[in-house]
Design a binder for this molecule. Sequence first.
Ligand SMILES: [Zn+2]
Length: 101
Amino acid sequence: MDTAEGPNRVVFFGYSFQPNKACLVCEHVFSGKRPVRIIAHDLDGWIQFLCGDEAHDPKCSKVVALEEVLRRHPIDSKDKVLNPGCFAELSNSLNWVIYEM
Ligand SMILES: [Zn+2]
């Protein structure tokens, strides 16, 4: 993992990433039809942005740069840490709640 700090790094849920880090996005979030309700940080390093709907065809996922996802869907992750193996779910009171997978 690249741990170098720099002005162009994106700090997201307690981690620092390259702005062009490839992320997986469900087709509904990609199209803007639904907001992001679940963010998963996989053990293999992938970050997934999902609408939280039940049925998803993995083949319909899109690969989008982290900064592009956050530009379209501003997400306030400060004071929260999303470790690999965990996911964050947006509560009804619009707080991100962290769970283990
Ligand atoms: Zn979706």
